[in-house]
Design a protein around this ligand. Structure first.
Ligand code: SAJ
Length: 400
């Protein structure tokens, strides 16, 4: 079968290359010419364990190619971004990429084709944007073309494992669409393929990420409470977690990435009347970077011309992804505040347009304050004697 994957980012590219190695003929489509060229060269534009090897073999086998234009296929997988836009006191989902991807494939759709929306989307999107756009373009949903939502659930850093191993939720806009889409996922997923309708599948995905956000907010709130009492948060969590029914997550400098920091707003936007807890959790997590900045200011304020080493820019450990990263936010604001010299180390990227990067050794040499923003492996290997006589602000509990 032929598959056309729209969007070659963190989800689309691994999915396209996995499908290509399973024997499907896959064309991956992206609006960025450099991305398309890189993939056609058998190379990748993102950091993800083992993805380079997979893409290389998929391209060399002839089963994967990239293009800027969609083409005819049996199955279309939409994996484009669904970011949010700031609006008034909240955030509004930006569904324009879903809409334009649907418009772009519409001309190539033939009877019997399957269209799957994998992008995390507000409740109603599969029906109100994908099906509606296809119907506007003259397609008969459910008889000519099948439409389903199958939200991606993979964890950056473990994408290739989780793409295959995780259970998947598949929800069609009608029963036949659900059946046809589930049959497709059964061909490459080792986890269970669970079926429901499109709207439920949308809320399930948003629920998963909101659940995690609320739980991280609890840990972040707790860390601020403990600190105000000069109590070690990590000790509180470790010992509280010895209770058989308590399992607190880890506090950090805030919640980043393009999923957990975004998706709960899709629920809040659609159901503001009932989403107090979900909204408050977002606000608690969003307030954490300023709390970290205050701490740095208090510590650095005691020193004359301090040098502050910021360790890590990525949104979480051992990835290069800096989207919605609290570490970037904190580093940027510390530079703006002009409270000392800021040196920045991010071992997972070679260069940054915004920050001048130094190596870990350079960052540690001569710095007075070490601010650990991400628990990357090389930072976890640091020994306390390497930080001797420095003020260490450890937002991730690397030195619990
Ligand atoms: N974080 C903490 N403390 C924790 C766990 C995470 O501060 O105890 C922070 C991380 O540092 C990061 C943010 O939260 O800044 C999110 O990281 P994450 O590892 O929890 O999740 P993501 O954004 O990488 O991936 C999530 C996953 N969702 C869930 O675990 C419910 C993944 O399965 C989804 O596929 C992905 O969102 C997505 O694309 O929606």
């Amino acid at each position: 079968k032929n598959i056309c994957v729209i969007g070659l980012g963190y989800i689309g590219l691994p999915t396209a290359s996995l499908l290509a190695t399973k024997g499907y003929k896959v064309v991956g489509v992206d609006v960025s010419e450099p991305v398309v060229d890189t993939i056609n060269d058998g190379k990748i534009h993102i950091v993800e364990p083992d993805l380079d090897i997979l893409v290389k073999s998929a391209v060399h086998s002839g089963n994967l190619s990239a293009s800027m234009e969609p083409c005819e296929a049996d199955i279309f997988v939409i994996a484009v971004p669904t970011p949010f836009m700031e609006e008034g006191n909240g955030k509004k989902p930006d569904l324009s990429y879903v809409k334009s991807a649907t418009d772009a494939i519409s001309d190539f759709i033939k009877p019997g084709n399957l269209v799957i929306l994998e992008s995390t989307s507000p409740v109603g999107t599969t029906d109100e944007v994908v099906s509606a756009t296809l119907a506007e373009n003259g397609h008969n949903i459910g008889s000519d073309v099948f439409v389903a939502h199958c939200p991606e659930r993979v964890l950056p850093g473990r994408i290739l494992i989780e793409l295959v191993e995780n259970d998947r939720v598949v929800g069609g806009v009608d029963d036949e669409s659900t059946r046809v889409a589930a049959e497709f996922y059964e061909t490459f997923v080792r986890g269970e393929v669970l079926t429901t309708n499109a709207k439920t599948a949308e809320l399930i995905k948003l629920t998963e990420n909101s659940y995690r956000d609320v739980n991280i907010a609890f840990a972040n709130e707790l860390s601020m409470i403990a600190e105000s009492e000069s109590i070690n948060t990590w000790e509180v969590i470790e010992l509280a977690n010895r209770h058989p029914r308590v399992d607190i997550l880890s506090p950090g400098p805030g919640v980043g990435g393009h999923c957990i920091a975004v998706d709960p707003w899709f629920i809040v936007d659609r159901s503001p009347k009932y989403s107090h807890l979900i909204r408050t959790a977002r606000e608690v997590n969003d307030s954490k970077p300023s709390w970290v900045i205050d701490r740095v200011e208090r510590c650095a304020g005691k020193l004359k011309s301090p040098v502050i080493a910021c360790l890590g820019l990525a949104f979480k450990a051992d990835v290069d992804d800096m989207r919605e990263s609290p570490a970037v936010d904190i580093t940027r604001k510390l530079i703006e505040k002009n409270i000392g010299k800021i040196v920045v180390c991010e071992p997972n990227i070679n260069k940054s347009d915004e920050f001048e990067l130094v190596t870990l050794d350079e960052a540690l040499n001569n710095s007075d304050v070490v601010l650990i923003l991400v628990d990357h492996k090389p930072f976890k290997k640091l020994k306390s004697n390497e930080l001797h006589e420095k003020i260490v602000i450890d937002t991730r509990g690397v030195f619990k």
